[in-house]
Every structure is written in structure tokens, then in C-alpha cells.
Design a binder for this molecule. Structure first.
Ligand code: GLN
Length: 190
């Protein structure tokens, strides 16, 4: 793991916290803003933030095509919150720039606007108990094909994976618990 370089898409949103968490796991974290920086990494984290803003900036810097090309070549990608929205093949009721790589349909701000944020315990298969911090979070309405559900909260899917892709509706980078970052690092190594 120590030799692995993990890119954190640093266009907007909570990228510093992911950078810290990856460093705490003993891997190298690199902020990614250009296709050139993307070329150096073995895995990529797309952080939480505002999915419309991150999507537009990704297009403006031609990072969307670069990310898709690197994914085809074997790079692993983890999207948290806004990052999960950007990875989905379908964003229900919305038309916005996206990567559309994963067989999931997501609902933005799916826990209601009154409940801006909350924290709850989740049972993650195969990791175990994890504290989930949700901030204006989306959820996954359905998965298909090779996509697999890893955790749900109130019958809403909040974590899933598909091959080299991982998505969480919540923010593991805000809890100090490294287990999901370690899970992603294992995906990068495999
Ligand atoms: N509500 C945001 C969106 O729809 C996501 C929130 C987050 O990433 N914390 O893009």
C-alpha cells in the first residue's frame, strides 16, 4: 500500500480531508487538477462538494474524458457524496455533467432538505460497523448489472461497489475511521 499513489480530485469540495486520511493510511495522496496529474496516480477519489460545480469544472479542464480513459485502463475510482453522483449512470430528474461509469441511479439531496446533515451507524458488508456522516446526501435508488449494495440506511442504499468503482453517500473522511479508505486502497492494489 505504501507505494500507491492516490489522486484526490481537487476542483472543489472536501478534498483536504481525504488527502489527510490517505496519508494516515500510509499511501501517497496527490491533488489532481489536470490530466497530467491524473496520469501519475493508481486510484482516484472524487470528493463531496457540489456535483454540478465539480462536473462543470471537470468538463472545462477536460478531466472527464481523461478520467474515463484512465478508468478503462484499470484505474480504481471512489466517489463520496457529490463524487457518487458524478459516477452514476443516471441522476434522477437531473441533466448535468457526469461521468456515468457505474450501474446505479441516484437521487440528489435524497434525505430531504430539512434534514441537512446527520450521523448514524451503518452495517457495511463486508467491513462491519461504520459511522456514517451524511451532508445533504444523495442515495442510490437502484443498482443493476455487476453493481453490488454494501450498505443501506432506512431502506435507502448508501454504499455500493462495482469492480474498480466504489461509492459512498456519506463522508468517511470526516470520521477519523480509516476502514473505508483502507478498503479502497485494497481495491487499488488488486
Ligand atoms: N448535495 C450535493 C450535490 O447534490 C452533494 C453534497 C455533498 O457532497 N456533501 O451535489
Amino acid at each position: 500500500m505504501a507505494g500507491k499513489k492516490i489522486g484526490i480530485l481537487a476542483l472543489q469540495g472536501a478534498f483536504i480531508e481525504h488527502q489527510q486520511a490517505i496519508t494516515n493510511c500510509g499511501a501517497q495522496a496527490i491533488q489532481v487538477r489536470t490530466a497530467r496529474e491524473l496520469d501519475q496516480v493508481d486510484g482516484l477519489i472524487i470528493p463531496g462538494g457540489e456535483s454540478t460545480t465539480i462536473g462543470k469544472l471537470m468538463q472545462a479542464y477536460q478531466l472527464d474524458t481523461a478520467i474515463k480513459a484512465r478508468y478503462e485502463q484499470g484505474m480504481a475510482i471512489w466517489g463520496t457524496c457529490a463524487g457518487m453522483i458524478l459516477l452514476a449512470r443516471e441522476i434522477i430528474g437531473m441533466n448535468q455533467p457526469m461521468l456515468g461509469l457505474m450501474d446505479i441511479a441516484v437521487v440528489r439531496n435524497g434525505f430531504g432538505r430539512q434534514v441537512d446533515s446527520f450521523e448514524t451507524e451503518l452495517e457495511v458488508d463486508p467491513i462491519g460497523r461504520v459511522n456514517g456522516v451524511f451532508i445533504r446526501a444523495p442515495y442510490v435508488e437502484r443498482v443493476w448489472g455487476p453493481a453490488r449494495i454494501m450498505a443501506s440506511h432506512e431502506r435507502k442504499i448508501v454504499m455500493a461497489e462495482e469492480d474498480r468503482l466504489l461509492v459512498t453517500a456519506f463522508h468517511p473522511e470526516l470520521t477519523g475511521d480509516k476502514c473505508i479508505h483502507e478498503y479502497f486502497l485494497k481495491k487499488v492494489s488488486d
